[in-house]
Design a protein around this ligand. Structure first.
Ligand SMILES: [Zn+2]
Length: 467
């Protein structure tokens, strides 16, 4: 078991050079654990799955699902009771579609049944205890096999290698962890992991005054790739684009927020490379990545199974929006079967041009809070809203808030060039998409607050989706 919070408090109280050493030592530990011979064997094994046909992939899923269900029946009280009360035995689960014989598992059910979901034969030295960030509800205590944590690293590197980035390449990360204290006003706003060649940069100190320090550091570090939230990458890209400068890289990886098309265009221009947006969860039940075709996200269905729920709770047809229901195939310490996420997407109708069998989810993968519901019941995704507003060059940052079905406010951080013409354009554009019944307004603000983990939410809707 790991006591990450305790280590974090020691880290925060140390000077920068100790923190660099600490980050590198921790990196060494991760390197031994996650980049040893086992990692390389698993990486080449999982890379070979990319060449599999649909039936080969299905055979793998069935084998692993059966193994998981047998384990749950024998060792996990929650599932044993559930299957017994539904008169099911492991022999009822032969095909992947048989999984629908079990009900959905909500976050609330995991909160209430936490202990009963833990396998009775789980050995403490083989597992890692952690928590989800709990931005929308109470934090969830999770237990992972060390093996599933390693596999998560494997599928992550499988994506990076598709983008031409290899272990050992220099990567600068802008993530949610505070690497420098908030009270710090002078650089360094970054820490080194010399073992892995990674630079961890603070996402919390990005400001017009500090931007030059970040780029001086990045110029010295010479990364091949950046990774971070779309909003953070956009801030860096916006700084370059405003100056008509580029900082050429090999790839930019984004995740954890909805990547707007306008953000992708801006990032690709500034860094003269492609953006690879990916989707994962702390629960380690699902992982989906963009290939070099960028036509959607391939579900890594050798890592976890994905269903899309329709309004009736059934698996939906192509192009139909629904919640992502995920089943992790590899975590035996605390298996989550048919885990209902709050993320909404749809399946792509046609297969990817790359020819790989792993199914494609639509590029629009958004938290359900990020969809505006109109009085006539239409779902307006953040991508649709963004298509309307992404020409607004006089807006530094914005955020759309839906208080109730009839009221939508756009918060705007104006640039110096902003004028009443922009406000008029925003109001007319939003009205056109949302309909005449919605009262739209624009409010000027100095800044848009980030959530506790540094994430930026462009659309916040307080209206439930109703499915
Ligand atoms: Zn593809």
């Amino acid at each position: 078991m790991e006591t990450i919070d305790f280590l974090q408090s020691i880290y925060e109280a140390s000077p920068a050079f100790i923190q660099n050493a600490g980050v590198s030592l921790y990196g060494l530990k991760i390197y031994w654990r996650e980049h040893g011979s086992k990692f390389h064997r698993l990486l080449s094994e999982f890379e070979s799955h990319l060449k599999w046909s649909e039936s080969e992939l299905q055979a793998y899923q069935e084998e692993h699902l059966q193994r998981l269900i047998e384990h749950c029946y024998a060792n996990v009280p929650y599932y044993r009771e559930l299957m017994q009360s539904n008169k099911l035995t492991p022999s009822d689960f032969r095909r992947v579609s048989d999984i629908s014989k079990l009900p959905l598992l909500t976050r609330q059910m995991v909160l209430e049944n936490g202990e009963k979901l833990v396998a009775q034969n789980a050995r403490s030295r083989d597992r890692i205890v952690g928590h989800t960030s709990g931005t929308t509800g109470s934090p969830l205590r999770l237990i992972w096999d060390r093996h599933v944590c390693l596999l998560k690293t494997v599928v992550d590197w499988r994506q990076k290698r598709l983008a031409g980035i290899n272990p050992g390449d220099r990567i600068a990360f802008f993530l949610g962890r505070q690497v420098a204290p908030l009270s710090q006003t002078k650089p360094p706003f970054w820490r080194h992991n010399w073992v892995m060649n990674h630079l961890f940069c603070s996402s919390f100190h990005l400001s017009p005054e500090n931007m030059k320090f970040y780029f001086e550091k990045l110029t010295r570090f010479q990364p091949r790739a950046l990774e971070g939230y779309p909003s953070t990458m956009s801030v860096l890209a916006g700084y370059l684009n405003q100056r008509n400068e580029t900082f050429p890289l090999h790839a930019v990886f984004t995740s954890s927020e909805t990547l707007q098309e306008s953000q992708r265009i801006s990032i690709e221009k500034a860094f003269a490379c492609k953006v690879f947006d990916f989707y994962g969860m702390a629960e380690r039940v699902v992982f989906a990545i963009e290939c070099e075709q960028h036509t959607g996200k391939h579900i890594n269905s050798d890592f976890g199974l994905v269903e899309i729920s329709g309004s009736a709770g059934n698996v939906s047809r192509a192009n139909q929006l629904g919640r992502i229901i995920a089943t992790g195939l590899h975590n035996f310490s605390m298996p989550l079967i048919r885990y209902e996420t709050s993320d909404v997407t749809s399946m792509e109708k046609s297969p990817c041009r790359c020819g790989r069998s792993m199914p494609l989810m639509s590029g629009i993968t958004t938290k359900d809070e990020d969809i505006v519901v109109t009085p006539d019941g239409r779902y307006v995704s953040s991508s649709i809203l963004n298509a309307v507003t992404h020409h607004l060059i006089n807006v530094a940052e914005s955020q759309i808030v839906q208080e109730d079905r009839n009221r939508v406010v756009m918060h705007v951080v104006p640039r110096e060039t902003y004028s009443a013409v922009d406000t008029k354009f925003i109001l007319e554009s939003l009205q056109k998409v949302l309909g005449a019944e919605v009262i739209v307004s624009v409010e000027m603000v100095d800044s848009i607050p980030r959530s506790a983990n540094g994430k930026f939410r462009w659309v916040i809707s307080k209206v439930p989706l109703g499915f």
